[in-house]
Design a protein around this ligand. Structure first.
Ligand SMILES: N[C@@H](CCC(=O)N[C@@H](CS)C(=O)NCC(=O)O)C(=O)O
Length: 329
């Protein structure tokens, strides 16, 4: 590690040149169980996201698909990382000063702080990890409940059913759990995190290793999606949302920015049509703000893109027709 305090993504590259993602620190679970410190009450929680961030957009997707917009508020930070404290070189997520400064981003509605870092400092005075989104904030106890997307999506899926408009939608159903866990594991390692490990590698060898694994895994997905509509069969599950957030960013950003250009998603017929299929599920397109995605990645890591130029293309139309209905009975 290059530094121990106020880390950003670029700081988490080991001496070997391989990018290592540190674990999340706030791991409480909102639960319906009696005696839980965090009960799933309507109006109690706020989800802080960045529309650019795939991990945060997993959570936003669950919030939308489950119909939790009235029960859980959410807001997005600005696209580009900025200085989070005077006299400190840390760069991170910041809130705009007004609703009009950057469309889609809002000033902090709860604590009137200027940065996500501030929220972490409010929640824990001696916090020394990364200041990441997503963050689930508890308005009642004035603290962070969780900053781990894989756990936040489980809470949104199962614990808020009393207040969810789509309470019958179960994206992690019992009979598919083993299969979803198994798929998630290699997709996370080789694809979701794989693109970052390609992009943030600082030596050729770790890049070569990861990029090969990434394309093996994409090939495997392409094969699975040749015979079935979704990763775990005929119904949408958590595994699909987790893959989607990476696929939707792939050709627009990762192919160029993270050097994942061996093959584009639009060159895989099944993966490309599948991405459009999920994008077109009601609620999902509102989780994709491509201007936020492009401005963030191309503008927030000066060591990867010193001039911050945003490539013009390819501007894919994910709302165009797809062929996935061929699997409907
Ligand atoms: N394990 C976390 C990872 C979240 C994460 O890495 N978020 C990135 C944005 S895509 C972030 O906020 N990075 C801030 C930084 O690196 O300082 C999760 O899945 O929730």
């Amino acid at each position: 590690m290059k530094c121990t305090m106020a880390q950003t993504a670029e700081d988490t590259t080991a001496k070997t040149g391989a990018y290592i993602r540190p674990p999340s620190a706030f791991r409480n679970f909102i639960s319906r169980d009696q005696g839980s410190a965090f009960l799933p009450e309507s109006g109690r929680y706020h989800l802080y996201i960045s529309y650019a961030c795939p991990w945060a957009c997993r959570c936003l997707s669950f919030l939308k698909l489950k119909g939790l917009e009235k029960a859980i508020s959410f807001s997005s930070v600005k696209t580009k990382w900025e200085r989070t404290k005077e006299g400190d070189s840390h760069m991170g997520w910041v809130f705009p000063n007004s609703d009009t400064e950057e469309p889609g981003a809002e000033p902090d509605p709860l604590n009137s702080v200027k940065t996500i870092r501030h929220l972490y400092e409010l929640a824990s005075a001696n916090y020394s990890g990364k200041y990441t989104v997503p963050v689930v904030w508890d308005k009642k106890l004035h603290t962070i409940v969780s900053n781990e997307s894989s756990e936040i999506i489980r809470m949104l899926n199962s614990e808020f059913n009393d207040v969810a408009e789509n309470r019958n939608l179960d994206l992690y159903p019992h009979h598919l759990r083993t299969q979803i866990d198994e798929v998630n594991e290699w997709i996370y390692d080789k694809i979701n995190n794989g693109v970052y490990r390609c992009g943030f590698a600082t030596k050729q060898e770790p890049y070569d290793q990861v990029v090969d694994g990434l394309y093996e895994a994409l090939g495997k997905c392409e094969e699975i999606l040749f015979t079935q509509r979704y990763l775990c069969g005929s119904s949408l599950t958590e595994a699909d949302i987790c893959l989607f957030v990476t696929l939707i960013r792939f050709d627009e950003v990762y192919a160029v920015y993270f050097k994942c250009n061996k093959k584009l998603i639009r060159e895989y017929p099944n993966l490309f049509n599948y991405t459009k299929d999920i994008f077109q599920i009601p609620g999902m397109s509102s989780t994709v703000k491509m201007d936020h995605i492009k401005k963030h990645y191309y503008g927030s890591h000066p060591s990867l893109n010193p001039y911050g130029i945003i490539p013009r293309g390819p501007n894919i139309d994910f709302s165009s027709p797809h062929d996935r209905e061929r699997f409907s009975s």
